[in-house]
Ligand binder design. Structure first.
Ligand SMILES: Nc1ncnc2c1ncn2[C@@H]1O[C@H](COP(=O)(O)OP(=O)(O)O)[C@@H](O)[C@H]1O
Ligand SMILES: [Mg+2]
Length: 301
């Protein structure tokens, strides 16, 4: 892969295993994300995608393996010859460096949009009111909702609410953003506005892991696409490699099944006149950096 940045991973996952009541949801996952990279995770339902991002965000305990953020072990500390769990306080501090957006946006219904972005930021990060509001207004502008600051969630569409949830997750300027099927709960006509915001966030240089079934987004925005099946990373590569030259039978089967039933309208009618034509090389992280020199995710110290 040709990218401009040094490949010192922000996130490193080694041999991660997770079992639910005897069921092996993650079976030795190795996974890493470099600074500024957009990694898209695809795979069939039940393959462990959500479990992977939930383990990274420490919403689940892990059974084996390790997760490092900026070289720091998450959830545990080295102790004598082994490791022991961190205190809840230390875990909370680590989790603040990771932003997460879920399928369900879960805004607080009785708070305004502005409050939904400022309050969690203030409560968990001890940020002052003025600073939190300034940051929130900037982010609401970025997701195109500054005019909704004083509205309540019920007055917004699902797509707008998800855009607020993205602004909320970006507020503390996390080192990495995890998105778990951020458009799956939306009516089809609302998906594109959320994908547009995701593209914008990616172009601003934020490091992202995006679990999605939106294959067009994966093709366009994924610096790397990771295919999971049965709790393992089966194959990963550039979008071109994954979509146009899949190697494993499982990925081939997934893609053909997906094309047969799951394609959204814009996938069925791509810009290229020939649907079977190879996809042109997509912009790399380096292209995107060039297009967007500012990195708003990190400029407010
Ligand atoms: N809390 C849980 N309790 C029991 N089983 C779970 C739990 N969470 C996930 N699983 C199981 O783990 C497997 C992987 O789930 P998940 O990570 O949600 O897959 P994906 O996001 O790829 O659809 C599935 O078989 C699912 O049923
Ligand atoms: Mg899932």
């Amino acid at each position: 892969m040709t990218t401009a940045h040094t490949p010192e991973p922000i996130l490193q996952v080694h041999q991660l295993t997770k079992t639910f009541a005897g069921f092996q949801a993650l079976n030795g996952v190795d996974f890493s994300v470099n600074e500024g990279e957009v990694v898209v995770v695809i795979g069939p339902s039940g393959s462990g995608k959500s479990t992977l991002v939930r383990c990274v965000h420490q919403l689940e305990t892990i059974d084996g393996g390790s997760v490092y953020l900026d070289g720091e072990l998450l959830g545990y500390e080295h102790h004598r010859s082994g490791v022991r769990p961190l205190t809840p306080r230390a875990v909370a501090a680590q989790r603040r460096r990771i932003g997460m957006v879920f399928q369900q946006f879960n805004l607080f219904p009785h708070w305004t949009i502005l409050e939904n972005v400022t309050r969690p930021h203030r409560m968990s990060h001890g940020v002052g009111a003025a600073e939190a509001e300034q940051r929130a207004r900037l982010l609401l502008k970025q997701v195109g909702l500054e005019h909704k600051a004083d509205a309540h969630p019920r007055e917004l569409s699902g797509g707008q609410q998800q855009r607020v949830a993205i602004a909320r997750a970006l507020a503390p300027a996390p080192r990495i953003m995890l998105f778990d099927e951020p458009t799956s709960a939306l009516d089809p006509e609302l998906v594109d506005e959320v994908l547009a915001v995701l593209r914008d966030v990616a172009r601003s240089g934020v490091t992202m892991v995006v679990v999605t079934h939106e294959m067009e987004f994966a093709r366009q925005m994924g610096d790397r696409v990771v295919f999971m099946d049965a709790g393992r990373v089966v194959e990963q590569g550039t979008a071109e490699q994954i979509f146009n030259h899949p190697k494993s039978d499982r990925l081939k089967a997934f893609l053909s099944r997906f094309r047969a039933q799951g394609a959204r309208p814009e996938e069925a009618a791509p810009a290229a006149p020939d649907a079977t034509a190879p996809v042109p090389t997509e912009p790399t992280a380096a292209d995107r950096m060039q297009a967007a020199p500012a990195r708003p995710g990190r400029r407010s110290a």
